[in-house]
Design a protein around this ligand. Structure first.
Ligand code: SOE
Length: 377
């Protein structure tokens, strides 16, 4: 018998769908001791919110998230709103003793993240941040390979996250679909939205970052704002590149942009170690490219590991060896891990406290780009 976990979702955009899908699917494949119950979804537009509830099977709706977090029949609040609302909702949810699952990035900045981590810790409630790419089986396998010592000393870490959806100058900023372009709602541009993913994975795989030097650019300086109807200055970073030093002595190179024509959501990473190297690419997400210098010379070369065998991370829960899974499964894995962590009485990584480390790097990157100087994390 699994125990119910009553979910209250705030926001029904793209992430609301990925999470709802995960809640509905998780118990078909995993046995984590709990099963999510889709109790309620909250958003201001009652008609759209009800349509979402009907489509995904939520029992009820609230048009004010404050009512949702106060409801006695809700165990966990899942925050899928624009970034500027994360803190207020998380603090209120924690004050009502609810568990909190928060979409990435945790907060608009490190100080807000610290308040949020303090609040969930003070309330003693389970918490996690949805950095989903950690739970791509090939990325989790990369973590296992690094932890096994097979790579030896790490020299280089490289990551890119490339998109092209904001190139048109006619695209407005702000409002439901375009809040990511509005600094008041998003905090930053590609740094918080895309590089945050790369940084979270990097910290997990390769340890802490000590200092950074960054440059950002805003290619389109003004856009019509959907909420005011006026042409307004664009305050987000359209592109950001940075160099960094990791605490383990390795060097990092990160690039992110929404102006790489032809790339829709290309997250790639490469790690070069003393004995081995690894590469991963979101567009081929079930493969891990691996080069091991210990292989015999005449057959030495890059191998492409199809991460679909039952001894690969998460894969024994899915189909049969050789059959792959995709993007949505990363969220299912996160829910499975979160529910299992409740059963085991352990934290589910990354917790709010752990996700602050990514926030600190993002803040240092933006500070360095502004000052044209190296910045300590
Ligand atoms: C932006 O387009 C976006 O949807 C991010 O917000 C997500 O976090 C990323 O996974 C895909 O791209």
């Amino acid at each position: 018998m699994t125990k119910p976990l009553n979910i209250g979702l705030v926001g029904y955009g793209f992430m609301g769908r990925t999470h709802s899908n995960a809640y509905r699917t998780v118990n078909n494949f995993f046995t984590p001791g709990y099963h999510p119950v889709l109790k309620a979804v909250s958003a201001r537009d009652a008609v759209k919110c009800q349509a979402f509830a009907d489509q995904w099977g939520y029992e009820s709706i609230e048009t004010d998230w404050r009512k949702l977090v106060a409801r006695k029949d809700i165990d966990a609040i899942d925050i899928c709103t624009p970034n500027n609302l994360h803190k207020e909702i998380a603090l209120a949810a924690a004050a009502h003793g609810k568990m909190v699952l928060c979409e990435k990035p945790l907060s608009m900045n490190t100080a807000d993240g610290e308040e949020m981590a303090d609040a969930v810790e003070k309330a003693g409630v389970a918490n996690t941040v949805w950095y989903n790419y950690r739970r791509v089986p090939a990325v989790t396998l990369a973590k296992q390979i690094i932890d096994s010592g097979r790579m030896g000393k790490i020299f280089h870490y490289r990551a890119n996250f490339l998109q092209d959806w904001t190139i048109s100058a006619d695209l407005p900023q702000g409002g439901a679909a375009l809040w990511r372009l509005d600094a008041a709602a998003a905090g930053s541009g590609v740094t918080g939205d895309l590089l945050a993913h790369c940084i979270d994975t990097a910290l997990w795989l390769n340890g802490g970052i000590s200092n950074v030097t960054a440059m950002t650019e805003t290619f389109i300086k003004e856009r019509k704002h959907n909420l005011t109807g006026k042409v307004e200055k664009v305050e987000i970073d359209d592109a950001c590149s940075f160099l960094c030093r990791f605490e383990n002595g390795s060097l990092g190179l990160f690039e992110s942009t929404r102006y790489a024509r032809g790339h829709k959501a290309l997250y790639t990473l490469e790690i070069n170690g003393e004995h081995a190297s690894m590469k991963w690419d979101l567009h081929d997400l079930h493969r891990l490219q691996y080069f091991d210098h210990k292989d015999e010379g005449i057959v030495r070369g890059w191998r492409s590991i199809h991460v679909s065998d039952s001894d690969h991370p998460y894969m024994k829960h899915w189909w049969v060896p050789g059959l792959q899974i995709g993007y949505e499964h990363t969220f299912i894995h996160h829910v499975a891990d979160f529910l299992q962590s409740l059963t085991d009485g352990k934290p589910c990584a990354p917790t709010f406290r752990e996700a602050i480390e990514t926030q600190k790097v993002c803040d240092a990157v933006l500070a360095s780009a502004k000052s044209n100087q190296w910045a300590n994390v």
